[in-house]
Design a protein around this ligand. Structure first.
Ligand code: FES
Length: 102
C-alpha cells in the first residue's frame, strides 16, 4: 500500500510504499532528501513528523534521544509510513570550525 508523504520544508509530495523506509522511497528525488547512510548511522535523515501514522525500527541514540522519539522526531531511514504523512527534515549540516590566524 502506498501513502502520500509531504516534505513540508520542500513543499513537495511523493507517494511512498509502506514496506519501504521513508529515506529509501524519498531518495529517488535527490532534491528532497540529504545524502545519507540509509542504515541509522549518520543522522542526516532526522525528521520531525507533523502528521500521520508510522512504524519505526530501533533509533540510533547517538542521533535521536528518547525525548525526541517521544516527540515524533525520528530517522527517516528507520521509519515506515502507515498513512499519509507530513514530515520535515531537521538535521543541520555539520558546521566546520575555522581558525583565523595572523
Ligand atoms: S540516512 Fe543515515 S541515519 Fe538515516
Amino acid at each position: 500500500m502506498k501513502h502520500n508523504i509531504l516534505v513540508k520544508n520542500k513543499d513537495k509530495e511523493r507517494s511512498c510504499s509502506e514496506d519501504k523506509n521513508l529515506m529509501s522511497s524519498l531518495s529517488v528525488c535527490t532534491d528532497l532528501v540529504p545524502r545519507g547512510c540509509h542504515n541509522g548511522a549518520c543522522g542526516v535523515c532526522k525528521i520531525l513528523v507533523h502528521n500521520g501514522d508510522y512504524e519505526k525500527t530501533k533509533m540510533n541514540r547517538k542521533h535521536i534521544s528518547e525525548e525526541e522519539e517521544d516527540s515524533n522526531i525520528v530517522l527517516a531511514c528507520r521509519t515506515f509510513p502507515k498513512s499519509d504523512m507530513e514530515i520535515e527534515f531537521i538535521s543541520k549540516p555539520k558546521t566546520q570550525l575555522y581558525t583565523i590566524g595572523n
